[in-house]
Design a protein around this ligand. Structure first.
Ligand SMILES: NC(=O)C1=CN([C@@H]2O[C@H](COP(=O)(O)OP(=O)(O)OC[C@H]3O[C@@H](n4cnc5c(N)ncnc54)[C@H](OP(=O)(O)O)[C@@H]3O)[C@@H](O)[C@H]2O)C=CC1
Ligand SMILES: O=C(CO)[C@H](O)[C@H](O)COP(=O)(O)O
Length: 466
């Protein structure tokens, strides 16, 4: 084994899997973790790949074991741990060495870290990684932000370990330092929205149609053979099919209905507000997770007001309507996500190519879906146009909005909460409205604050007769 040029620090779920993926692709990798037990466990369980791993108990040992120019991937929790690792590494590294932060870091932090690291003659990449443990082990989607030089150094390894879509690696340099983590943040916002809409369809089937988990699993599996084909639909079918080994009950029925979150969805919603980009489907999904966490408050609400009468009349919503709702909702949430990428790219001075982002998301990542290849084509043809207006997706919307409308109307009428699907429908209706109601807002603002308004028949700023 030759001295490794590549290293992974942080051998938790993602770091260990990425190190094995690199070893599998023929790269020698130095590995280090804060607690030594994980280093030993990785090497002991690596089988034939152990020969390619160089365990290092300290950062000094890690750096000394490597050949320059070094490339070191950090896979530790976002925030202070990343700053601490960078601070500990910098004095040990040589000019030209590269630090890659592969965690879910905030993109503002990546911009700051890149500037600090590069000022010392070293290089930095902020790398969005998606695909969970299995993706990390067998092919993740990788969204890089950094300089061309830094990318050239990292690309041979990153493109080798990435997922492929028709032989094209799902790994790309998308812009300067913060761009990779910005794109990953928006990816996670879309992930939240897609998951929430799927959960809403599950809720309609469970509480509105009285379906069993096994029956719902079959429905999701059928949808996975059509336009909705995607990783999230596939795993939803699998989750619904699983049996709890302890009780023999459907696993889904034993899971507490309180959704966790590590923050990237919330960041997307906050950043979208900063940019002024409407992403209501994502906002609603973040809110729904926050509401889910208020278990006791929800229980008090149910006790005080009674659970709504939820069963839907026969035929009120069909499986085809539900499928349509998810298709239209998915297009809307991607349209909002790509609009945010366009606005964020412009605001930060990155030349974010939306088609490249769609291509990188086609395989390996959590939001991979059959629609992404068509999105890449649409965004290549008309990069400055909303995905909603791309002929292929506009046609799909025309076909599927009636099912979305029927689903949302029936659900709202029977106390079945569908916040993200409703947000998708409301956004679609607002975006197809030439005369909105914002004239009333302007009238109110002028009335109480003399803020002025534009008139429909004259140029300039005007005031009302109040
Ligand atoms: N899990 C997932 O699906 C995905 C996770 N990510 C991101 O990747 C990063 C790693 O996630 P994941 O592998 O799931 O996390 P894990 O919790 O499985 O592992 C975290 C690793 O970081 C180390 N660590 C924790 N705190 C510190 C610290 N203060 N200093 C140094 N090392 C520390 C841990 O070491 P020790 O053993 O000593 O505790 C452990 O090796 C996170 O930013 C996460 O958001 C990105 C995409 C997907
Ligand atoms: O980045 C990821 C997937 O793409 C991570 O799994 C992330 O933790 C998911 O977000 P959350 O924990 O907030 O649900």
């Amino acid at each position: 084994m030759s001295r490794p040029e590549f290293a992974v620090i942080g051998l938790g779920t993602m770091g260990a899997a990425l190190a094995l993926n690199m070893a599998d692709k023929g790269f020698d990798v130095a590995v280090h973790n804060r607690s030594a037990a994980r280093i030993d466990a990785l090497v002991e369980n690596a089988g034939d790949l152990a020969d390619r791993l160089t365990p290092a108990k300290t950062l000094d040992d890690l750096v000394a074991a490597m050949k320059g120019p070094r490339a070191i991937l950090l896979m530790v929790p976002a925030g202070q741990p990343v700053d601490d690792q960078i601070a500990a590494l910098l004095p040990l590294l040589d000019e030209g060495d590269l630090i890659i932060d592969g965690g879910n870091s905030g993109f503002h932090d990546s911009e700051r870290r890149a500037a600090a690291v590069e000022a010392l003659g070293k290089r930095f990449i902020g790398l969005g990684v998606s695909g969970g443990e299995d993706g990390a082990r067998h092919g993740p989607s990788l969204m890089a932000g950094g300089s061309e030089e830094a990318w050239e150094r990292a690309a041979p390894v990153l493109t080798a370990i990435a997922a492929t879509y028709e032989d094209e690696p799902c790994a790309a340099l998308l812009g300067a330092a913060g761009a990779g983590h910005f794109v990953k943040m928006v990816h996670n916002g879309i992930e939240y929205a897609d998951m929430q809409m799927i959960a809403e369809a599950y809720g309609i089937m469970r509480d509105g149609m009285g379906r069993t988990p096994a029956a719902m699993s079959d429905t999701f599996s059928q949808w996975n053979d059509g336009p909705l084909r995607s990783y999230l639909i596939e795993i939803s079918a699998a989750v619904l099919k699983a049996t709890d080994p302890k009780t023999g009950n459907p696993m889904i029925d034993m899971i507490v209905d309180r959704a966790g979150q590590k923050g990237t969805g919330r960041w997307t919603a906050i950043e979208a507000q900063e940019l002024g980009t409407p992403v209501p489907v994502i906002d609603a999904a973040v809110t729904a997770r926050n509401v889910s966490a208020r278990l006791e408050e929800r229980q008090r609400g149910a006790d005080r007001f009674g659970e709504p009468a939820r069963p839907l009349p026969d035929g009120a919503v069909t499986d085809t309507d539900l499928e349509s709702a998810l298709i239209a909702g998915k297009i809307v949430c991607y349209a909002q996500g790509f609009a945010m990428l366009a606005d964020g790219g412009a605001d930060n001075g990155w030349e974010l190519r939306l088609a490249d982002v769609a291509r990188v998301w086609r395989a390996g990542c959590i939001i991979r879906s059959a629609m992404l290849d068509d999105m890449a084509t649409a965004l290549e043809q008309a990069p400055d146009t909303s995905l909603l207006m791309a002929p292929f997706f506009a046609d799909l919307m025309e076909r599927h909005v009636p099912g979305l409308r029927k689903t949302v109307t029936a659900a709202n009428g029977h106390g079945l909460p569908v916040p993200s699907l409703s947000a998708a429908l409301n956004w679609f209706d607002m975006m197809a409205t030439s005369r909105s109601t914002a004239n009333m807002i302007q009238g109110q603002r002028d009335y109480f604050g003399a803020h002025g308004f534009e008139r429909t028949d004259e140029e300039g700023t005007h005031h009302g007769p109040w």
